[in-house]
Design a protein around this ligand. Sequence first.
Ligand code: SAH
Length: 244
Amino acid sequence: MTGSLDIVGLGPGAEDMVTPEVRAALADATDVVGYLPYVARVAARAGLTLHPSDNRVELDRARHALQMALQGQRVVVVSSGDPGVFAMASAVFEALEDWPAAQALNIRVLPGITAMLAAAAALGAPLGHDFCCINLSDNLKPWDLIERRLRLAAEGDLAMAFYNPRSASRPEGFAKALEVLRASCEENRLISFARAVSTPDQSLLTVPLGQAVPEMADMRTVVILGNSATRSVGKFVYTPRFAR
Ligand code: SAH
C-alpha cells in the first residue's frame, strides 16, 4: 500500500466552513494527527485511528505523521483554520528537510479558512485594502522582532491581523503591543476583537485604539487593526479600496 500525507485546515470552527476537499481527505484517512482540540473535531469511525497530542510538540508530531505515511498509512495532519498559517504545514516541511526518504511521499497541503478571513467576513471588510498578519506569540521569535514589525506595519499604514494575541503564560505581551501601536497610530483608529469566530461562542467588539485594553483579547481571539481610513458603516467595519 502506498502511504500519503495530507496537511489540512479545518477552518475556524463551523462544520460548514470545512471544505469538501478536506472532508474527502478525512473520509479516506487511516490516521489523523494533531493538537488534541483539533483532532477532537474529527468524528471517530471504524478504520480510523486518532492520534491527539499536546501543544508545542509540532516537530515530533510531524515526524510521527511522516513515519506512519512511510509505513503505508493514509495520514491526515489537522490544524485549525489554514494549515499554512502559523500551523502544521511548515512543521512537516521542516521535518522533511532532514529526511530524504520521506521527500518521495505523496504529500498535499489542503487549505482552510483562516481565522483572520472568517473574522474579517463577520466584521464586514476591514482587510479590504493592503494588510499584513502578525503572530504575537514570542515562542518562536524574539519579542524585539515583533515590536519592529508592528512599528514598520504602522509606518506603512497597513491594516493588521494579530494571531495568538494573549495567553496566560504571556499576559504582558499584548499590552506592550498596544503601546507600540498607540505610539504610531491615531487614537481613533478602529480595532476589532473577534473571538471564537463561527462557533456558538462567537463575539465581536470594535473600539477606537485609544479605548482598547489587553483584556479584550484571549487566545481564542484574532485582533484586526484597521488602517488610517478604516471606518464603520452601520454595524459593519470596512476599509475602502483606495488610499491617498
Ligand atoms: N492555523 C490557524 C491559526 C493558528 S494560531 C488559522 O489559520 O486560523 C491560533 C490563533 O488563531 C488563536 O490564538 C487566534 O488568534 C486565532 N484563531 C483560531 N481560530 C479562531 C477563531 N475561531 N476565532 C478567532 N480567532 C481564532
